[in-house]
Write a protein that binds this ligand. Structure first.
Ligand code: SF4
Length: 374
């Protein structure tokens, strides 16, 4: 984005204060992620760091078939009510929401954003697989920081050759960190996209798992993009959807999976494991849920749980915002079936909300960890 001449900033996660602020301007019937993000924007605008007249709020959300379609109007309303009516919203989704300007990414920016996403996925995988086992405290975080800086440089340059060299370099570096090989319980985290990756919104779930003696396994964010790209393919094949979006979806999936190939090659045969191809995930999920489940995280949520268990990870925490209907169907709704198919599955459903008790959440995680198998 900066390379395009935009003064682009990623907002800090904001802490409890952001959630409280979001709650003041968004009805608490709305989804928890909406409150979190609205609160982050309002906190930043109120800080005095940004001129509300010349600052835009870039909202990278999907505008999906559930209440996600309301996120932009909710933010618009909150901005107006808080006195920021001249602050524009830039929506990076295909919906063309009322109250937002459409933000079209240039090809080069999209390419660099994809590289950034893949670097992030790989770094997350390597960090979470190494940190709980490291012999010298802090080794993994230090290496993670150093590699993040290197990756940042190449995201700006957008070099494919450099990307390929970097992925094998970082896998090698993390593999060299001295570790204690004694196994620990591995706990997969699946769920709604914001609470899954937003450390503050999920009350630092990865840290809680690690402090309880486990290892967190979080799947790649690229899976979510691939899942969204499949929507128009299914719509064309089963629901008489238009042809062009289907072709775009197929091409997008092909390109992104090709871009993940160097990561797979670098990870193959290591203890870090490699990402699953979305087409394989799709191929096996149909026995449990229909790929027609496209709201929220839809069929991907079930597919990720199945892949985790195929990889031997039987402890899973499925997190979703309270009252998130689509994810309760494909998350909680399939657990009975998963427990039948995968014997010994240890699955916990956790709901997140602005009013949820942190102590209660931690106690339930501790309970899961007490029966978790390494
Ligand atoms: S996926 Fe769930 S939390 Fe997200 S907008 Fe839809 S209903 Fe709300």
């Amino acid at each position: 984005m900066r390379r395009e001449g935009l003064d682009f900033r990623v907002l800090p996660e904001g802490g409890r204060e952001s959630v409280e602020l979001g709650l003041r301007y968004v009805n608490n019937d709305a989804c928890y992620p909406a409150m979190v993000v609205v609160g982050q924007f309002l906190k930043a605008l109120r800080s005095g760091e940004f001129d509300p007249e010349t600052t835009d709020c870039f909202y990278a959300q999907t505008g999906g078939a559930c209440r996600a379609s309301n996120y932009v109007p909710l933010l618009r309303r909150a901005l107006d009510a808080a006195g920021f009516s001249r602050t524009r919203i830039l929506a990076a989704n295909a919906q063309g929401n009322a109250g937002a300007e459409k933000f079209a990414m240039k090809g080069g920016t999209l390419w660099r954003a994809m590289l950034g996403m893949l670097y992030g996925d790989l770094l997350m995988r390597l960090l979470y697989r190494t940190r709980p086992y490291e012999l010298n405290k802090g080794d993994s975080d230090k290496l993670y920081g150093a590699w993040t800086e290197k990756c940042r440089l190449n995201v700006e340059r957008g070099s494919w050759g450099r990307f390929k060299a970097d992925v094998s370099g970082m896998v090698g570096d993390f593999a060299d960190i001295p570790i204690d090989p004694a196994p620990k319980p591995r706990v997969g985290i699946v769920g709604e996209i914001l609470v899954k990756y937003h450390d503050n919104a999920n009350e630092h779930l990865v840290d809680v798992i690690e402090s309880e003696g486990g290892e967190a396994v979080v799947s790649d964010i690229a899976n979510f993009l691939l899942y969204c790209l499949y929507d128009p393919v299914y719509a064309r094949e089963k629901l008489s959807g238009p042809l062009l979006p289907k072709l775009f979806g197929i091409a997008g999936i092909g390109i992104l999976e090709r871009m993940r190939r160097p990561m797979r090659l670098a990870l193959r045969g290591t203890r870090f494991g490699e990402p699953h191809d979305i087409r394989d995930m799709l191929g096996t999920v149909g026995d449990t849920v229909s790929p027609a489940n496209q709201a929220g995280e839809g069929w991907l949520l079930s597919a990720e749980m199945m892949r985790l268990m195929d990889d031997g990870i039987r402890n899973i925490i499925c997190i979703q915002p309270f009252a998130c209907l689509p994810n309760h169907i494909t998350g909680k709704g399939v657990m009975k079936e998963l427990r039948r198919v995968y014997r010994g599955a240890n699955i916990l459903a956790l709901d997140y909300d602005s009013g949820v008790s942190n102590v209660n959440q931690i106690n339930r995680i501790k309970l899961l960890m007490a029966s978790a198998v390494a």
